[in-house]
Write a protein that binds this ligand. Structure first.
Ligand code: FES
Length: 123
């Protein structure tokens, strides 16, 4: 039911953890399943130099947050803001329909962290 890519990111999630003194932190949750995702960003000269996540949730939520952090690392803030849950699903080679909302959570967590970064900048 899950692609090899999903299983890989679930079994060996990339960028797990927290960043002390992060430049932006975003936390989102899904009221239905109760899963929570938190994303931490380090930003230098408008570029995301480091990103970490903590996800209390299902396997697909862990896989989508893992791949989403990989996708935005090294990107500019504007590029990272364009990340969509569809791209997250594509890079995981698909998700079962019942698990699509997990990828939405990943997109929202990235956006929430960027919003927090912008707010801290006063922009
Ligand atoms: Fe809700 Fe996966 S079941 S995020």
């Amino acid at each position: 039911m899950y692609s090899d890519k999903v299983m890989d990111h679930f079994s060996n999630p990339r960028n797990v953890g927290e960043i002390e003194n992060a430049d932006g932190v975003g936390e989102v949750g899904n009221a239905h399943c109760g899963d929570i995702m938190k994303v931490y960003l380090k930003v230098e000269n408008d570029i995301i130099t480091d990103v970490r996540f903590k996800t209390f949730g299902c396997g697909a939520a862990i896989a989508t947050s893992s791949v989403a952090t990989e996708m935005i690392k090294g990107k500019t803030i504007d590029e990272a803001l364009k990340l969509t849950n569809k791209e997250v699903v594509e890079s995981l080679e698909g998700l079962p329909p019942a698990k699509l909302h997990c990828s939405v959570l990943a997109e929202e967590a990235v956006k929430a962290a960027i919003e927090d970064y912008k707010k801290k900048l006063g922009a």
